[in-house]
Design a protein. Structure first.
Length: 497
């Protein structure tokens, strides 16, 4: 039912402190800062250095990306080319060099237009990712030494993905104007460094991060265009239109949602339509493959089928996964409309992408990249973030050790039962972070971003907007007890660590 209700505005305290220092508000960040001199002091002078927070975050992200490349060095030198087990033993597998040969790039074939031998026949990636792969192939030097060309193809892709990493770091750091240091969570995430060059997900991630930055600046059309391009590179970014829909519904910002939707549809069509018309069989391969793909690594469905001996065919798991995802989205929408205060955009974006990951029939190790920037914006608490990252690193190691077990005759590595534990850890870590975000939504006094009086720094036109449509308890507004509780939480969390 319609209920005009004003969302709290920024307080004077929020305006007095231009940049939020995490070492003053987060105990884990304060403890970790001891290695570089300790928490920021009361009399510290800020803004006098060329190393602004955004630049520091970008440099740290680039450094971590470089460490991830070093971690792949055993594979780069020999393990990619000398049997499957070696690349799993060193946990340095990457799709990139293998698909250089396996998808026809080494032979000069053009994605979607040229058919290559084997069951796949056409490239099973969305169009913009296919273009990214083709550009890297053009940058790869020719010659008769195939191994050298595979190495150079990986290096060309790594260079382009490094640019994507810098874009992601800058966009995440600038999305919350007063909280650039939250992006250090993304920059220092160990799972980011470990998985950045496994596949081409960073392209879609960079476009999504840029889209969220545009939304935070109130540029709905630019947000939609960038989100449409991101969806042309990977399917998951289109999910962010769901949170935009329900939040604009609650604030009655239909013009902005319409602009975002039209921009996304137009950009997606502009990229896809030429290939769709000129090479329809190649274009649709990604969507057909997504439907035909059986239950695969990392999913809860794999644990169910292997642990309990339950047979689930492809059509059935597609139905079950779609149903669970729809139910999760309905729950997130109800939460958004009934929460005592309108949730932040980053919170709902994190929840909907996490729901997709949890219900999907496959969880490749690099899928964690989809959540890392969203987690940094949705729940910028170092303790919770590191707990989740520990679970993801455990899964990263678990899947490679399990593949060692299934690809070697002497059965070294992690057996099936151990791999199931790694999957459960991944699921539990993601659910834990989801629970923390939901708690912040239901009890806004716990939300680290809102404890200084901010509303929704990534919300753009939603930041500080009035509520027009709410349901349930939200329609009546917060009770005096809820307001007193939130105020007490803010006072307590402002105390120095």
């Amino acid at each position: 039912m319609p209920s005009p209700q004003q969302t709290p505005q920024q307080t004077t305290a929020a305006q007095d402190e231009p940049v939020v220092a995490p070492t003053r508000r987060d105990k884990v960040a304060a403890t970790g800062s001891e290695v570089i001199g300790g928490p920021l002091g009361r009399w510290a002078r800020l803004g006098g250095s060329r190393l602004t927070p955004v630049r520091v975050v970008a440099l740290v992200a680039i450094g971590m990306f470089a460490l991830g490349m070093v971690q792949k060095l055993p594979c780069y030198e020999w393990a990619w080319f000398r049997g499957a087990a070696s690349q799993y033993t060193h946990a340095c597998y990457s799709d990139i060099p293998h698909l250089f040969v396996g998808r026809g790039f080494a032979d000069g074939l053009i994605p979607y237009f040229d058919r290559f031998p084997g069951d796949m026949q056409y490239l099973e990636y969305p169009v913009l990712t296919g273009l990214f792969m083709q550009v890297a192939a053009w940058l790869t030097p020719g010659g008769s030494d195939l191994q050298f060309r595979e190495q150079m193809y990986w290096m060309a892709n790594a260079g382009m993905l490094l640019v994507c990493t810098a874009v992601i770091a800058v966009c995440v750091a600038r999305t919350h104007r007063r909280r650039p240091w939250d992006a250090l969570l993304m920059a220092l995430a160990p799972a980011f460094a470990l998985t950045a060059t496994i596949n081409w997900d960073l392209l879609a991630l960079a476009l999504t991060a840029a889209a969220m930055l545009m939304w935070s600046r109130g540029r709905a059309l630019a947000f939609g265009v960038l989100l449409g391009l991101a969806t042309a590179a990977k399917l998951y970014p289109v999910l962010l239109l769901g949170p935009v829909l329900v939040l604009c519904w609650r604030a009655w910002k239909w013009r902005e949602f319409t602009l975002a939707l039209l921009g996304a549809a137009g950009a997606w069509l502009a990229v896809n339509l030429p290939v769709m018309l000129l090479a329809p069989d190649g274009w649709k391969r990604f969507y057909v493959f997504s439907q035909e793909r059986t239950i695969d690594f990392g999913s809860v469905w794999l644990v169910i089928t292997q642990r309990f001996g339950v047979g689930i065919d492809v059509e059935a798991v597609n139905r079950y996964a779609t149903l669970l995802m729809l139910l999760a989205c309905a729950g997130i929408a109800a939460l958004a409309l009934a929460a005592p205060r309108r949730p932040r955009f980053a919170q709902l974006a994190f929840l909907v992408v996490a729901a997709f990951i949890l219900t999907n029939k496959v969880y490749s190790p690099q899928y964690v990249l989809w959540l890392i920037p969203l987690a940094a914006l949705a729940r910028p608490r170092w303790r919770d973030f590191l707990i989740w990252q520990a679970c993801e690193v455990a899964y990263f190691l678990g899947i490679w050790m399990y593949l060692v077990y299934v690809t070697t005759d002497n059965k070294q590595g992690l057996p099936q039962e151990g791999y199931h534990i790694a999957i459960v850890l991944h699921l539990a870590g993601t659910l834990f972070l989801c629970a923390m975000v939901v708690r912040d939504i239901l009890r806004p006094g716990h939300d680290p971003v809102r404890q200084d009086g901010s509303d929704d720094p990534s919300g753009g036109v939603l930041d500080g907007a009035e509520d027009v449509f709410t349901v349930g308890r939200a329609a009546a507004g917060p009770t005096p007890a809820q307001e007193a509780y939130a105020s007490a939480d803010r006072r307590e969390d402002r105390q120095p660590a």
